[in-house]
Design a protein around this ligand. Sequence first.
Ligand SMILES: CC(C)(COP(=O)(O)OP(=O)(O)OC[C@H]1O[C@@H](n2cnc3c(N)ncnc32)[C@H](O)[C@@H]1OP(=O)(O)O)[C@@H](O)C(=O)NCCC(=O)NCCS
Ligand SMILES: [Zn+2]
Length: 218
Amino acid sequence: MHSEQPFAMDPTMPPHFDQQPLPPAWLHPTAIVDGDCTIGAGTKVWDNAHIRSGARIGRKCIIGEKSYLAYNVILGDLVKLNAAVYICAQVEIEDGVLIAAHTVFTNDRFPRACDPDLHDLATSAPTEATLWTRVKRGASIGANCTIGPGLTLGEFCMIGMGSVVTRNVPAHALLIGSPARIVGLVCRCGEPVLRGCNGTPPAGDYPCARCNRTVHFS
Ligand SMILES: CC(C)(COP(=O)(O)OP(=O)(O)OC[C@H]1O[C@@H](n2cnc3c(N)ncnc32)[C@H](O)[C@@H]1OP(=O)(O)O)[C@@H](O)C(=O)NCCC(=O)NCCS
Ligand SMILES: [Zn+2]
């Protein structure tokens, strides 16, 4: 494992983050970190987490107990994974994302264990059928969600607990259900700025009563 700082700082992050002296990454003794991973300073990896080779994890993240990060997964800075989060290969998670307990990512739309004649296992390495998923900065994914393959979850979106996400998610959208549907918009601070909509909300500026920011939805 290398303890490095693999990610360029996000210029919208508070300046104090850049100046903080961060301790080296900390690994619980039962965490398994395969070779050739990068884990940023200030990151904590909790018990029985497993990080496969090639993963790149930014600074000041929390990898919750029993979470699994597959080969070459990418996490930005300040990412918080609660317990038992499953992140498959070809998932990229930007800065400041929260992923709550027992959420599962997928990367293959029509998966099979074997070749068609059941002679041997199919490769576990990514193929042309393996799709990339990106979770943009500041997004929150509630507990026990399933994220379909090949999706982009927009900046500061919020996915309600137990959702099954099957379509791309616009920035700041609030989704619930299976399949997940847009029911509102949320501010960067997490406060709903629009509730009760059924599908894509009208374009416009939505002020936040909690922090006075404005969510611009287009
Ligand atoms: C989606 C969420 C943000 C909505 O919060 P809210 O706006 O306060 O929602 P309300 O409790 O007012 O519920 C509004 C309606 O949506 C329903 N609802 C709320 N969350 C839902 C969800 N995740 N899935 C399905 N329906 C949901 C409620 O039952 C209610 O329906 P009703 O009016 O028919 O009774 C919240 O319920 C949620 O899922 N938060 C994530 C929790 C989580 O996983 N945290 C992880 C860290 S601990
Ligand atoms: Zn706000």
